[in-house]
Design a protein around this ligand. Structure first.
Ligand SMILES: [Zn+2]
Length: 590
C-alpha cells in the first residue's frame, strides 16, 4: 500500500452528509399524490374483550380499578397528576428468536427504542415526542438486576428451537387472542417471563396472528393485568426499531384505551354521554372513529378538525404524525403506576433498577473526529447501570465526566449522559467515572477536534417537510460513522459534516451501508458520493460510490464496498453525501 503523506496524521478525513431528498433546485416529491400512511393494527382491544368475557377475576379487577380511578380523580387530597416525581418503570425485553431475519434486533436498537419512548412519554423538547400533549412523568429503564440478583442489561435473547411449539411460532408467531393462528398468548409467554410484579415484560417476536402482517403489537391494560401471566407487551421486532408502536402499547399497559374505543371497528361514533366512563374514559380526547392515516380531515363524530385526536399515540393514524398524550390520559397512567402497578417503583421496594455489583464503565462515543464548534452527545452505556437516556437520577449512583484538552480539564459534569460543545481545536480525552454502592469504575476515550475549511457545496431544497411520506434515508454507516435519523419522519436535507466523521486511508476498502425506507407505492432510489477532489461538486460517475433502489413499503439496508482512491484530497475533511428520491437522479439533483 502506498503511504500517504500528511502532517501528523497520515490520514484522510471524510464527513458524512446525509441528505434526505437532496437537490440543488426545488422539486416536489410525489407531488399531488394521495398518500396513505401505514397504519398497523393493535391486538389489545380484542384480547381485552375476550378476557372480560372469559376471565371473571380479570373482569372484576377492571371494574374495581375503574371505580377506584373515578374516586381518585374526584379526590381533593391526592396529589393527582400534578406530582412532579418521575416514575421509572423497570422493563425486560425477551427477544424470541424464530431463526429468521424477522426477529433480528440488536441491543442498540432496543436501547434506542427505550430512549425514544421516554422522549415521547416525557415530551422532551426537540424530540419526536415534542407535540401539543403533556409530559406524562413516566419513564422506562432496562432492568439491571435479574431475578437471581445478578447484573443484567435487561435484554434476553431466547433460543426456543427445542420447544414443541417452535414450528408453529416460526410459521405463525404468537396468537394475540383465541381464534387467531399462532402459539396461544399465555403458552407463549410461559416460555420466558420474569416476575411480572417486579418487571414489565416485553416479548419481541417475528409474527403475530399468522404470516400476514396486520397486528404490530398488543398489551393488556393495568386494570386487570398487573402481575398475571398474560401481562406484558408482545411486539414485532420491526416495530421496535421504528415508529410509535411501543409507546402505544405501553400506553395500554398504563391503562389507556384507544382514543376511538367503542367505534365498532370504525363503523360508528363511540358513545360519549359520560366522558369519564364512555369510550376511552378520558374527557379531553374527542369521540371519533379510528384514523387510517395522518391526513387532515374532519372528525365526523364532532364536526371539528381531526387534529384533536390524529396526533394521539392511542389512535391508529400512524407514527409519522403521532406526538401526544393528553392530560386526561396522563391522569389514568399516573393512577395506574401509583396504585395498580406500584410494585414497579423503587420507592415500594422494587430492586430491579438497583445495581447488584460495580459497573463496568462505558459510553457511546459519537465520533472520533469533529469540527470546532460542534456539540456532541455521549451516552452512558455502563453495565449494571440503569439509563433512561434523560439524565434521570437513581439513588446511590453517581457519574463524573471529565473533558480534557491537551491534558487540561476544560469541562466536568455529573449528569449520566454528557452533552458538550467543543469550541477549540485540539486532542481531547473524555472520561466517564461511574460510582454505585458497590464501587467505582471509569473509561476514557479520545477525540480530535479540527478546524478545517470545509468546501462549500450546493444546499439542497425539498418540499417534504412538514409533510411525511414514510420514505426516508435513516441510517448511514462508514468507518466510525453510524448516523441514524428518523425512519418515519423525513427531515429533508441535514448536514452532519461536523458531527459525524471518520478517518480513512487511501487505497483501503471500507463497507458503506445505507438504510432506505420506501413508502407504500414507490421504491426510493439512493445515491452516495464522496467529493474526492474536494471541489464542492458531486461528479457523476467519477465520485459515485454507491447507488441502488429500495423495496416498496420496506426499510432495507444496502451494503457497498468503497475503495478510497490515491488521488483523493488528503488531510482535510471532505464530504460524503447520501441522497434519496423516488424519481430518477439527474445532474441538477446532485
Ligand atoms: Zn392499541
Amino acid at each position: 500500500m502506498k503511504q500517504l503523506y500528511l502532517p501528523k496524521l497520515f490520514k484522510t478525513f471524510f464527513t458524512s452528509k446525509i441528505a434526505l431528498l437532496i437537490n440543488c433546485i426545488l422539486f416536489a416529491f410525489a407531488a399531488n399524490a394521495q398518500i396513505t400512511s401505514i397504519s398497523e393494527s393493535c391486538g389489545s382491544s380484542h384480547l381485552h374483550q375476550q378476557m372480560m368475557q372469559n376471565n371473571a377475576n380479570y373482569a372484576s379487577k377492571v371494574f374495581a380499578n375503574e371505580q377506584r380511578l373515578v374516586k381518585y380523580k374526584n379526590s381533593t387530597y391526592l396529589n393527582k397528576s400534578t406530582s412532579s416525581q418521575t416514575r421509572v418503570v423497570p422493563v425486560v425485553f425477551h427477544v424470541m428468536n424464530d431463526g429468521t431475519p424477522l426477529t433480528q434486533i440488536s441491543k442498540d436498537d432496543i436501547k434506542k427504542a427505550i430512549k425514544e419512548m421516554n422522549e415521547r412519554f416525557r415530551k422532551i423538547a426537540g424530540s419526536e415526542g415534542d407535540g401539543n400533549g403533556v409530559d406524562v412523568g413516566i419513564e422506562f429503564a432496562l432492568a439491571v438486576r435479574d431475578p437471581n440478583g445478578n447484573c443484567t442489561d435487561g435484554i434476553n435473547y431466547w433460543d426456543i428451537s427445542g420447544n414443541a411449539n417452535f414450528t408453529n411460532y416460526v410459521n405463525n408467531g404468537v396468537s394475540s387472542a383465541n381464534g387467531n393462528p399462532g402459539v396461544p398468548d399465555v403458552t407463549f409467554k410461559n416460555l420466558a417471563r420474569w416476575n411480572p410484579t417486579q418487571y414489565y415484560n416485553i416479548w419481541v417476536v417475528g409474527k403475530i396472528n399468522g404470516p400476514v402482517d396486520v397486528v404490530a403489537g398488543y398489551a393488556l391494560l393495568a386494570d386487570g393485568a398487573h402481575g398475571i401471566d398474560a401481562d406484558g407487551t408482545v411486539v414485532q421486532a420491526k416495530y421496535v426499531k421504528f415508529g410509535t408502536t411501543l409507546t402505544h402499547e405501553l400506553g395500554h399497559a398504563f391503562n389507556l384505551y384507544h382514543t376511538f374505543e367503542g367505534d365498532g371497528n370504525g363503523g360508528q361514533c363511540p358513545t360519549n354521554g359520560d366522558c369519564e366512563t364512555d369510550g376511552d374514559r378520558v374527557c379531553d380526547t374527542p369521540p371519533h372513529k379510528r384514523s387510517t392515516s395522518c391526513d387532515a380531515a374532519t372528525n365526523s363524530c364532532t364536526g371539528a378538525s381531526n387534529a384533536a385526536h390524529v396526533h394521539n399515540y392511542m389512535d391508529y393514524s400512524g407514527g409519522s404524525c403521532q406526538n401526544e398524550f393528553t392530560a386526561g390520559q396522563k391522569a389514568r397512567m399516573l393512577f395506574a403506576i401509583d396504585s395498580i402497578r406500584k410494585s414497579f417503583l423503587a420507592s415500594e421496594g422494587n430492586m430491579s433498577l438497583v445495581p447488584p455489583a460495580v459497573a463496568d464503565a462505558d459510553f457511546i462515543n459519537p465520533t472520533t473526529v469533529a469540527c470546532v464548534g460542534t456539540n456532541l452527545k455521549f451516552y452512558d452505556k455502563s453495565t449494571c447501570t440503569p439509563n433512561t437516556f434523560l439524565n434521570t437520577e437513581f439513588p446511590g449512583i453517581s457519574f463524573s465526566w471529565t473533558v480534557k484538552k491537551n491534558g487540561n480539564t476544560v469541562h466536568t459534569s455529573t449528569n449520566q449522559n454528557l452533552s458538550y460543545t467543543f469550541i477549540d481545536s485540539g486532542n481531547y480525552t473524555i472520561t466517564l467515572q461511574v460510582t454505585n454502592t458497590n464501587g467505582t469504575d471509569s473509561k476514557t476515550s479520545n477525540l480530535l477536534i479540527t478546524n478545517p475549511a470545509i468546501v462549500a457545496v450546493c444546499q439542497p431544497g425539498s418540499f417534504n417537510p412538514p409533510n411525511n411520506y414514510d420514505a426516508t434515508l435513516n441510517n448511514v454507516t462508514f468507518g466510525n460513522i453510524n448516523n441514524t435519523t428518523s425512519i418515519s419522519k423525513n427531515g429533508a436535507y441535514q448536514d452532519f459534516s461536523c458531527t459525524s466523521a471518520t478517518i480513512v486511508d487511501a487505497l483501503q476498502t471500507y463497507p458503506l451501508t445505507i438504510s432506505v425506507k420506501s413508502f407504500a407505492s414507490s421504491a426510493q432510489r439512493y445515491e452516495a458520493y464522496i467529493d474526492y477532489n474536494n471541489n464542492g461538486i458531486f461528479e457523476y460517475p467519477n465520485e459515485l460510490v454507491a447507488s441502488g433502489t429500495g423495496v416498496i413499503n420496506q426499510n432495507k439496508s444496502y451494503l457497498h464496498n468503497v475503495t478510497i482512491p490515491d488521488t483523493a484530497v488528503k488531510g482535510k475533511i471532505i464530504r460524503l453525501r447520501v441522497m434519496s428520491d423516488v424519481h430518477a437522479f439527474t445532474d441538477n439533483k446532485r
